[in-house]
Write a protein that binds this ligand. Structure first.
Ligand SMILES: Cc1cc2nc3c(=O)[nH]c(=O)nc-3n(C[C@H](O)[C@H](O)[C@H](O)COP(=O)(O)O)c2cc1C
Length: 376
């Protein structure tokens, strides 16, 4: 039997929507059908702790892809569009964090994603925070994580993505090592940027994960100006060396106010950044108060972050010129959530937590809903 999540659909013009990021309100769950096979698989996976389930699911997917069976899990979804000068087979992507090392690009790609973002990767391999560090808030279709950029380092990721056969767009998301002091943060980004430049279709500058001390400070106007200035100069150099222009995308937090959004937008325009991802996980617990694990430290993702992420997305669309592409991320649990982000001004959408709860059908659901909403 499919699982049904009861929801109250809500118009984006609803005057009751909260003021920007100040008072996050619960994002009502829409009705989402789970594919019955995935419902069973999910039950089995959720019996394990979240990190074990994550590894089991990805290894299982890789195996089934190797056997040529993973295509059965998805419907072909071709709705091409050009964004940032790149050809996307469809506008629905996998958000960063699920494949931090680029180990599963082809297996995940076989599920129909138009683009996959790997990372966050740092210059050197690091273990991340002590376990347990990922928690499911099942009643809210949500997760809290404080992984802290556990990854095998940028050289491993580059070796992996060079082997890919995935025909969609590949984003590589870069960050800094936790041991790197704040005054040396720019060097870590420059190092990763240089290493991944040739191999990425676009590069995401992650300045919004809440689990690396000081990372979010890079969203401040002065620090961001310095970071993006250095990366733009580096890009000019690499464009010549490799005869290839790789678009840059900045990923921001949902915990931003209007002033910060305005300042970040000015810096993005000044340095001719092609895109922005709104948003990463939130530090707010407003929408999950009283739920099991709600008090765990880390970033909250999934359905409860949707309203807040949507407000930040819409606010950036308001102030950024149309040539800056927007990728809407945060709280997509069904097709209607994806279509809503496009309606708010996103050119593309991505999800992570919704994929854990809804399974591979979420890809085609989102593509169909976006296509249907686009029709006159
Ligand atoms: C377990 C987990 C790990 C994540 N790791 C990263 C990461 O390494 N880099 C990053 O930019 N975002 C990371 N994210 C954030 C997601 O990419 C996404 O921005 C956020 O979860 C909101 O989308 P969602 O509600 O669809 O999950 C992670 C999210 C989760 C749940």
């Amino acid at each position: 039997m499919p699982i049904y999540f009861v929801c109250k659909a809500r118009s984006v013009t609803d005057p009751a929507l909260p003021m920007l990021a100040r008072t996050p309100t619960a994002s009502p769950l829409r009705k989402c059908d789970n594919e019955p096979m995935y419902t069973l698989l999910r039950q089995a996976l959720f019996a394990a702790d979240p990190e074990t389930a994550h590894s089991l699911a990805l290894e299982g997917l890789r195996l089934s892809h190797g056997l040529g069976a993973s295509q059965w899990l998805c419907k072909a979804v071709h709705q091409p569009r050009t964004v940032m000068g790149l050809q996307f087979p469809n506008p629905v992507g996998l958000a960063a964090g699920m494949d931090k090392n680029g180990d599963y690009v082809d297996a995940l790609g076989s599920l129909g994603f138009g683009f996959i973002e790997v990372g966050t990767v740092t210059p050197r391999a690091q273990a991340g925070n002590p376990k347990p560090r990922v928690f499911r808030l099942e009643k809210a279709n949500a997760m809290i994580n404080r992984l802290g950029f556990n990854n095998k380092g940028v050289d491993h990721l580059v070796a992996q993505v060079r082997k890919r056969k995935f025909g969609g767009v590949l984003g590589i998301n870069i960050g800094k090592n936790s041991a790197t002091t704040q005054d040396k943060a720019v060097d870590d980004y420059l190092y990763c940027f240089d290493r991944v430049y040739r191999h990425a279709d676009y590069i995401t500058i992650n300045i919004s994960s809440p689990n690396t001390k000081g990372l979010r400070d890079l969203q401040g106007a002065a620090q961001l100006d310095k970071l993006l200035g250095a990366l733009s100069d580096k890009r000019n150099e690499l464009t010549e060396t490799h005869m290839k222009h790789t678009p840059m995308v900045v990923k921001v937090a949902p915990d931003l106010d209007e002033q910060q959004i305005s300042e970040i937008s000015q810096v993005i325009v000044r340095h001719q950044i092609e895109g922005l991802i709104a948003t990463n996980t939130t530090l707010s617990r407003e929408t999950v108060k009283g739920l099991r694990h709600a008090d765990e430290t880390g970033g909250l993702s999934g359905a409860p972050v949707r309203n807040q992420a949507n407000h930040v997305l819409a606010a950036f669309r308001n102030v950024l010129p149309p040539e800056v592409a927007l990728i809407g991320t945060g709280g997509i649990s069904c097709g209607a959530d994806a279509a809503e982000k496009i309606q708010l001004g996103a050119d593309l959408v991505q999800f992570y937590t919704g994929f854990v709860y809804q399974g591979p059908d979420l890809v085609s659901d989102c593509v169909s809903a976006i296509t249907a909403r686009a029709r006159p």
